[in-house]
Design a protein around this ligand. Structure first.
Ligand code: NAD
Length: 329
């Protein structure tokens, strides 16, 4: 067993967190991650629910499916319709959730609220300076999101290898590695870089218990690390998404002389349109998030199979590495 600060803090067996994913972080997947014999931490994505009341219902559904720890993600980024972040936060706390993943811009008030309620906060960020600010606000764990990640990698374009090594030097609280991890090798590498565990998104999208359409899971299996593209670069809200007709059209509009305003691409990028990709199984229907870990994903396991395999792989690699040191002696 791999015991780290994270497994002890969260009372889980393997130091793996299923990070927030818009339209994907639903009770069936969340409970499968938390319930797996080699249990990780499942996280419900708050904004996937249409209202704080619906989030309450999702939390209750998850509780029926698991008695293990799980968390709730709240991400603060530009949106077409401003969500009631405070309402989602209050609803989750009132439902007894004690673990939160925060991410995005100006998370201070949200972090302060969760800490005032005695909750454990994992804050996801893409730079060391943001990690340091969040640590000052009292978060318990940082989730250091490298440029490899799906969704929003920030604007500094620093890959996980350097970002995590910097985290090891600069941070005084536990951190986990996010972006670019899909197997036990990635987990072992993250631990070598000083992380207390990992966060995975795309890998969990492609599991039996993920509710996205089977065609999209197969598309992820067939795709490689070269099948993503960045949109919103010119709007300073960069997002790594699956490379398809719609995302390439967005990039072409952004490259026009004079650039693009959000209004020029709003219809193409709307989350409600992207959501339908997961329902109708057409990978070209809208924008959907995917990380370069697609190059590492070649099957659709259950969460239990995935996490047990990751544990075996990571332990094997760590043993192999320590035997290298012994061999030298
Ligand atoms: P949405 O339909 O409101 O917006 C679609 C996309 O456009 C999002 O990426 C959003 O950040 C971006 N956007 C919206 N207004 C913008 C503006 N004025 N300028 C630049 N970019 C703009 O989003 P949604 O799909 O309903 O998702 C809700 C929120 O959750 C968004 O902020 C999204 O980025 C975020 N998100 C969260 C996760 C997560 O892990 N929880 C994953 C992906 C996206």
């Amino acid at each position: 067993m791999l015991q780290t600060t994270l497994t002890k803090l969260l009372n889980i067996r393997i130091p793996v967190v299923q990070g927030g994913m818009q339209w994907v972080g639903l009770p069936t997947l969340v409970s499968a991650v938390s319930n797996a014999g080699v249990s990780g931490l499942g996280i419900i994505t708050a904004l996937t629910q249409p209202s704080p009341t619906a989030l309450r219902q999702a939390i209750r559904e998850t509780r029926v499916l698991t008695d293990k720890p799980f968390g709730v993600n709240i991400t603060l980024l530009p949106t077409i319709n401003p969500p009631d972040y405070e309402g989602y936060a209050r609803a989750a706390v009132e439902e007894g959730v004690t673990i939160f993943e925060t991410a995005g811009n100006n998370p201070g008030p949200l972090i302060k609220f969760f800490k005032s309620q005695g909750c454990l906060v994992i804050h996801k960020c893409t730079t060391i300076r943001h990690a340091q600010s969040a640590a000052k606000l009292g978060v318990d764990v940082l989730s250091i999101d490298g440029f490899e990640c799906a969704g929003h990698p920030g604007e500094d374009d620093i890959g996980g290898l350097v970002l995590l090594a910097r985290a090891a030097k600069e941070l005084n609280i536990p951190y986990i590695a996010s972006g670019g991890i899909a197997d036990g090798r990635g987990l072992a590498a993250a631990l070598a870089l000083g992380a207390a565990g990992v966060n995975m998104g795309t890998r969990f999208m492609c599991t039996v218990e993920s509710s996205i359409h089977e065609h999209i899971k197969h598309k992820i299996v067939q795709s490689t690390e070269r099948d993503t593209v960045h949109i919103f670069r010119t709007l300073h809200n960069t997002a790594r998404v699956f490379k398809n007709k719609v995302s390439m059209e967005v990039v072409a509009i952004e490259k026009r002389p004079g650039g693009a305003k959000f209004e020029d691409i709003r219809e193409l990028v709307a989350g409600q349109r992207g959501r339908l990709v997961y329902e109708n199984g057409d990978p070209d229907y809208g924008i959907w998030s995917a990380g370069i870990t697609m190059g590492l994903i070649d099957d659709i396991p259950t969460c239990q199979e995935l996490l047990a395999r990751m544990e075996r792989e990571a332990e094997g690699i760590i043993e192999q590495m320590s035997s290298l040191v012994k061999a030298k002696l």
